[in-house]
Design a protein around this ligand. Structure first.
Ligand SMILES: O=C(O)c1cc(=O)[nH]c(=O)n1[C@@H]1O[C@H](COP(=O)(O)O)[C@@H](O)[C@H]1O
Length: 280
């Protein structure tokens, strides 16, 4: 399933199915809206409803681990199953767990999510660099070995993000700039024009002075429910980075369910808007 590096596979599926990433965030209020109980069974019906409706027409999915962990092992089992089903349908899965730790602990997370035979094997994992970019090395090594990818938090969509991300490091660049520099170096070292090491850059940030040309993907959450728009994407990411953007939307799409046709229409509409905005 991972016969090529993540970046290569991501480029191909975005070109084929459009850039949209559907976030699977089964919030309690969405379960309620879909007429489902707030239980592991409700979570399973919701998640598999999204999978059945969209797995073969959307290229990228980003299940939010928190909403599965909420139900303990029964919820995590749904995340495992959904990931398997989505990947069998040819879609790529980014598990959004924002992991980040030191040394052998980071290696533990990497073997769970990134190793080919890991129990939660997906295509890419969101990770947090706030223990130092170098603390991610075990995940970087595992991703390279397994043909998987990473998305490292850089300029997040939440209003609290700049408190740390805009602060200067001892070497001079901002924290976000240091993360982007680190990712650019990894992708350059792999000799790829679209590498496997991506940054998370919220669609809600205004135009930034940071260099977003990391030769890799830019995951852009914050669309729809958090106020980011397709039109604003071009302004945030500019010409150079536009084709590298993976626009991610959760509640905006999920709110169109439980009807499969409603979900499909919402996903197609969003994909068309992002294609136009990003110059496809
Ligand atoms: O890493 C993420 O995906 C992420 C980073 C970020 O800066 N902002 C952000 O909202 N997210 C995630 O993206 C999803 C946004 O969901 P919606 O606002 O419903 O589209 C949630 O799962 C967030 O955890």
């Amino acid at each position: 399933m991972r016969n090529e590096p993540f970046g290569t596979r991501l480029r191909a599926i975005m070109d084929a199915r459009g850039p949209l990433c559907v976030g699977i965030d089964p919030h309690q209020h969405l379960l309620d809206q879909w007429g489902l109980p707030d239980t592991a069974e409700g979570l399973a019906s919701f998640t598999y409803g999204v999978v059945d409706a969209l797995a073969d027409r959307v290229g990228v999915f980003k299940p939010q681990s928190a909403f599965f962990e909420r139900f303990g092992s029964a919820g995590v089992a749904v995340l495992e199953q959904a990931t398997i089903r989505l990947r069998e349908a040819g879609a790529l899965v980014i598990i959004d767990a924002k992991r980040g730790d030191i040394g052998t602990t980071m290696a533990g997370y990497a073997s769970a999510y990134l190793a080919e035979k890991g129990p939660l094997a997906c295509d890419a994992l969101t990770v947090s660099p706030y223990l130092g970019f170098g603390s991610l090395q075990p995940a970087i090594d595992e991703a390279r070995a397994a043909g998987a990818g990473l998305f490292v938090l850089a300029l997040t969509s939440n209003p609290e993000g700049p408190q740390f991300q805009s602060a200067r490091t001892v070497d001079g660049p901002t924290v976000a700039g240091a993360v982007l520099d680190g990712l650019r170096s990894l992708n350059d070292a792999d000799g790829s024009s679209f590498g496997s090491f991506g940054a998370v850059v919220g669609a809600t940030i205004s135009r930034t002075d940071e260099d977003l040309d990391i030769r890799g993907p830019l995951l852009a959450p914050g669309l729809g429910a958090q106020g980011g728009t397709a039109e604003a994407l071009r302004a945030v990411f500019g010409e150079v980075a536009a084709r590298n953007v993976v626009p991610s939307s959760s509640r905006e799409i999920l709110g169109a369910g439980p009807n499969a046709a409603g979900l499909q229409e919402a996903a197609d509409r969003a994909n068309d808007a992002y294609r136009t905005a990003l110059g496809y």
